[in-house]
Ligand binder design. Structure first.
Ligand code: FNR
Length: 182
């Protein structure tokens, strides 16, 4: 049976390149993985005052969706050399209530996607800092900084063979690594 992998996309933009890359990963993933893009744009900004015994329904659903997955792939842009708030918010929601960290032990991969030349390096590594604390083993190699993404798709929305080959390398490495872990 294939492993269910949550994919979190750090851009809410309709024409997001990160979402496009997430969809390519979904298409090219080996049969051992089933990638599922999880909605994070509807999560209210994390606030302990609303995270009571009766938390927002979107918090409860999101926590359950993460709990039900066997791994997590983050596909994120870089905002001002750091992490977009939408990804950090999702991380914070999934980490609570205290003692019930939904992320714990889930093998992760971080793919940063940017129109800039350095491929979201800052966001990629800022995210990794939280993953250490959340106890998520994280794929180390290949590192996935996808730069100049605006040049990688043609007018019909098809991704270049070069970028697709690199994404294949990433998802196949993740698949074989996760297999060794389990
Ligand atoms: C950006 N962008 C950006 N790019 C980058 O490489 N480093 C950065 O620090 C930033 N900072 C930044 C801040 C804000 C507020 C925005 C809106 C954008 C550009 C970013 O890479 C570009 O908009 C991507 O296309 C965003 O990803 P999506 O929305 O296409 O998935």
């Amino acid at each position: 049976m294939s492993k269910k992998i949550a994919v979190l996309v750090g851009s809410l933009r309709k024409d997001s390149y990160n979402l496009k890359v997430a969809k390519v990963l979904q298409q090219i993933a080996p049969p051992s993985l089933s990638l599922l893009v999880i909605e994070i744009g509807d999560l209210p900004l994390y606030n302990e005052d609303i995270d009571t015994d009766n938390p927002p329904a979107s918090y409860t659903l999101f926590r359950q969706e993460i709990t039900d997955c066997q791994g997590v792939i983050f596909v994120t842009p870089e905002y001002n050399r750091g992490l977009p708030a939408v990804i950090k918010n999702a991380i914070d929601v999934g980490s609570r209530p205290y003692g019930k960290n939904a992320w714990a032990k889930k093998p992760a991969a971080v793919v940063s996607v940017s129109q800039g030349a350095i491929g979201g390096f800052g966001a990629n590594h800022q995210l990794r800092q939280s993953l250490v604390f959340l106890d998520m083993p994280t794929l180390q190699q290949p590192e996935a900084y996808i730069g100049n993404i605006n040049t990688a798709f043609d007018e019909n929305g098809n991704i270049s063979e070069k970028t697709k080959a690199f994404l294949s390398q990433i998802i196949n490495s993740y698949a074989s690594w996760i297999e060794k872990l389990s």
